[in-house]
Design a protein around this ligand. Structure first.
Ligand code: SF4
Length: 246
C-alpha cells in the first residue's frame, strides 16, 4: 500500500479533531478533489463539501457534482457569485472580458470566485484543498497546513504526485471529469481552460492566452487625482453601476 494514503488519512483525522464541524472541503472536483472527498468522507463520515459554481463551469464539471452527490449520498454546496455584481460586470465589459486584459481577468475571478468563496467560508475554520506541489512552479512550496491563511487551508495532498492520485483513484474506482479524456490536465472555467500538450505544465491550459510579458503598470488617476490600479477602476465602475440600480 502506498504509504502516502495512510499518512493522508491520519492528517484528515488530525484536521477533524482540530476543526470539528467547522471543517470543509472546497473543490472543483478535479481528480485531486475527488480523492480528497473520498478520503475525508471515509475517514470522518460527514463533512461539508463546497464547490464554486461561477456560472462559467464546463458541463463536465456540473455532471461531476451530480455524480459525487449520488455516489456519496451528500449535497454539494454550490457557491455562486452575487448576481447584481456579475450582471453589472457583464453589462459594462462583456461576458468574455477576461480575454481583454489581466486586470479584467482578475476582476472576473474576483466577482465569480474569490469574493463568493470568502463569503461562503465565514463559518469555516479549516478547509481541504486538492493542491499538489507538483502541479506547477507556483505550488512547489505549498505547506500541508497553511496557517497563514484564514480560514486555515489544509493541502492534505501536497506531497502527492499525479501518479499517486491515479493510483488511489484506480484502487477505489473513483469517477473523473470527462474532460480528462479530451486532454485536459487541469479544469477550471470553460472559456479559460484548454487541453494541454505533451510536455506542458499541468496547469498550462489555464488562462493560456496570458503570457509573462503581460506585465503592465496598470495605474490610473481617479477624477479626484488619486492613483488607482486598473483593477480598482474596473471595480469602482461596476459598484457604481450596481448602486445606481438600487
Ligand atoms: S476562470 Fe475565467 S470565467 Fe472563471 S472566474 Fe476567472 S476569468 Fe472568469
Amino acid at each position: 500500500m502506498n504509504p502516502l494514503f495512510e499518512k493522508t488519512t491520519s492528517l484528515v483525522r488530525e484536521a477533524g479533531s482540530e476543526f470539528g464541524a467547522s471543517l470543509a472541503i472546497v473543490t472543483s472536483l478535479q481528480r485531486e478533489g475527488v480523492v480528497m472527498v473520498d478520503v475525508a468522507l471515509k475517514t470522518l463520515g460527514a463533512l461539508r463539501v463546497m464547490t464554486i459554481d461561477t456560472g462559467r463551469v464546463p458541463a463536465g464539471t456540473l455532471e461531476m457534482i451530480d455524480t459525487i452527490e449520488a455516489r456519496y449520498g451528500i449535497q454539494v454546496e454550490r457557491i455562486r457569485p452575487d448576481a447584481s455584481l456579475a450582471d453589472a460586470m457583464v453589462e459594462l465589459y462583456g461576458r468574455d472580458l477576461f480575454y481583454d486584459s489581466v486586470p479584467k481577468r482578475s476582476l472576473c475571478c474576483n466577482v465569480r470566485k474569490v469574493w463568493p468563496l470568502a463569503r461562503a467560508l465565514k463559518d469555516v475554520g479549516g478547509y481541504f484543498t486538492g493542491l499538489r506541489r507538483g502541479q506547477s512552479e507556483t505550488r512547489k512550496d505549498v505547506p500541508v497546513f497553511d496557517r497563514a491563511a484564514t480560514p486555515v487551508k489544509i493541502n492534505a495532498l501536497a506531497e502527492w504526485s499525479a501518479a499517486d492520485v491515479a493510483e488511489y483513484s484506480a484502487l477505489h474506482g473513483l469517477p473523473e471529469n470527462r474532460l480528462y479524456a479530451e486532454g485536459y490536465t487541469s479544469i477550471g472555467c470553460d472559456p479559460c481552460t484548454r487541453a494541454t500538450k505533451p510536455g506542458e505544465d499541468e496547469r498550462a491550459g489555464r488562462w493560456w492566452w496570458e503570457t509573462d510579458e503581460a506585465r503592465e503598470c496598470g495605474l490610473h488617476f481617479s477624477p479626484s487625482g488619486k492613483v488607482e490600479r486598473t483593477a480598482d477602476v474596473l471595480l469602482r465602475e461596476i459598484l457604481e453601476k450596481v448602486s445606481s440600480k438600487r
